[in-house]
Design a protein around this ligand. Structure first.
Ligand SMILES: [Zn+2]
Length: 375
């Protein structure tokens, strides 16, 4: 089977565009990955997710190992067949969600033991077990098992955690082995400490990965601190491999990350917001439950080509949201995912055309304008 490769086709400043080629299809970068936590992007059919322009989904190892279990997904033909998504899937390692969701966690050199947040059953994830779960799921892009301390944390704690993650990265690589057609990404840690990030990057380069993630950000440090870190962290990683910023973010986080050399991102924000009535448009954020939309026959965004904007008014979307109708989550999620993918497509075209700075200025000006005036 062909190996997964990354080809950078253009660069403008630090922003890059290119393509990750996989046996299941190309991933155009910069890429935004919608999150399919429990083998579904909530409220969306897979073909609808693809229609927004998504080339790759993220699946959560922690959730899937607990329910329906990796072994069951494997028996049923793997995650792609199980959830009816034929394009590439990236799975996280389970590490981050064990730390944020599970109870009675115990961290040792070997790995993490914990109790399921669903039924209290006891489980263990080690680097070896994480690689096994992601193989059983049939993931195309596998993430190393790592530990991510919540910020703020003191420097000793961050250094100790980073060093553990680097030992786990080595074990992850050994357990992953050689699997043509599948990629393994290493994860840089080190909090907001430049020298620790550098040490982590060097340790990962020495092991050698198909791609590199900037981990340990978007954990409460705020955008300014995150951007300060992204001013150097991506540069510490190899130029010729994809760079993935995990768990980010808001539209302006994404644009700022791409400007600093990031190629891939994922976040639950567009889909989760679709279920809570928060809508992202070229003109910023609006809340559909606000009474100002009650009599408004206009679409969310007249320039958007998603079904919510093509066929429905703000008044209707307001009504179905207030009535707690399921179509509300479907339409608003579709719109938000479409908006995110439109940003990505806009950035790819702008980087290719050498006009990324102008594109960014227009993006920020549109958002600063705010939502259209009420009727
Ligand atoms: Zn729309």
């Amino acid at each position: 089977m062909a190996r997964i490769t990354f080809e950078k086709t253009a660069q403008d400043g630090k922003a890059r565009t290119g393509v990750i080629r996989t046996p299941r299809g190309d991933i155009r970068t910069p890429a935004f990955m919608p999150v399919g936590t429990a083998a579904t992007v909530k409220a969306m059919l897979p073909e609808s997710v693809a229609a927004t322009g998504a080339d790759v989904l993220l699946g959560n190892t922690y959730h899937l190992m607990l329910r329906p279990t990796a072994e069951r997904v494997d028996r049923l033909g793997g995650l792609h067949r199980f959830m009816n998504w034929e394009k590439p899937i990236l799975t996280d390692s389970g590490g981050f969600q064990v730390m944020s969701l599970a109870a009675l966690r115990k961290l040792t050199e070997r790995g993490v033991t914990f109790k399921s947040h669903i039924d209290g059953s006891k489980h263990e994830i080690t680097p070896e077990r994480s690689m096994e779960i992601q193989r059983l799921l049939g993931s195309d892009i596998v993430m190393c098992f790592d530990e991510c301390p919540a910020l703020p944390a003191d420097r000793d704690r961050i250094a100790e955690s980073m060093e553990l993650s680097m030992r786990w990265a080595k074990r992850s690589k050994e357990a992953f082995g050689d699997r043509p057609g599948h990629a393994l990404f290493g994860i840089q840690q080190g909090g907001l400490e430049e020298d620790l990030r550098q040490a982590s990057a060097e340790a990962l380069r020495e092991i050698g990965f198909d791609g590199y993630a900037v981990g340990g950000l978007a954990v409460g440090e705020g955008q300014e601190a995150m951007f300060d870190c992204l001013d150097y962290a991506p540069d510490q990683l190899p130029q010729d491999k994809p760079r993935y910023l995990m768990g980010v973010g808001k539209p302006d986080d994404i644009v700022g990350a791409v400007a600093r050399g990031i190629d891939m991102m994922d976040c639950v924000l567009p889909s989760r917001s679709g279920r809570t009535g928060q809508v992202f448009t070229r003109h910023g954020v609006l809340n559909i439950k606000n009474a100002r939309h009650m009599d408004d026959p206009r679409p969310l965004d007249e320039a958007c080509r998603c079904p919510a904007c093509r066929s429905y008014s703000r008044a209707y979307l307001h009504h179905v949201f207030r009535s707690q109708e399921i179509i509300s989550a479907m339409l608003l999620t579709w719109h938000n995912l479409q908006y995110y993918q439109d940003i990505m497509a806009g950035m790819r075209a702008a980087i290719t055309g050498g006009r990324f700075a102008a594109w960014q200025a227009e993006f920020h000006a549109g958002r600063a304008q705010g939502d259209i005036e009420p009727l």
